[in-house]
Ligand binder design. Structure first.
Ligand SMILES: O=C(O)C(=O)C[C@]1(C(=O)O)C=C[C@@H](O)C=C1
Length: 115
């Protein structure tokens, strides 16, 4: 028997189920991105353009093997990484602001993410 969906409603129900899996995978990815951010000292390290290109190239390569359009893979990965870079930069700025507030309150120098 064919596994092909028999209606638009069935297609959409399968898409919704896959999206739920993707949300779980992206949450695990976000936890790792946040862990990476903690090792980075400056904005250039957060942006890591060489690493971005390697990640995108790997996604394109795996996409072709898996039956995913490489163009779609590249667009999705670039959008996803841009969002994670924004998240990392926001975390760094928050940490910097917290460090400055602690310094004001205590008069003690704290470690600054941007040197
Ligand atoms: O590999 C890193 O350094 C990460 O922080 C992860 C990640 C990504 O989402 O893949 C995010 C930001 C960097 O610009 C590069 C890659």
């Amino acid at each position: 028997m064919s596994d092909a969906p028999q209606s638009l409603a069935e297609v959409r129900s399968r898409i919704d189920a896959l999206d739920a899996d993707l949300v779980g995978l992206l949450a695990r990815r976000e936890a790792l991105v946040r862990a990476a951010a903690a090792f980075k000292k400056d904005e250039q390290a957060v942006r890591a353009p060489d690493r971005v290109e390697r990640v995108v190239a790997a996604a394109r390569g795996k996409a072709a093997e898996a039956g995913l359009s490489p163009e779609v893979a590249e667009a999705v990965w670039r959008a996803m990484i841009a969002a994670f870079i924004d998240l990392e930069l926001t975390e760094h700025l928050d940490r910097q602001a917290t460090g400055q507030a602690v310094e004001r309150a205590t008069g003690q120098a704290t470690q600054q993410p941007y040197g």
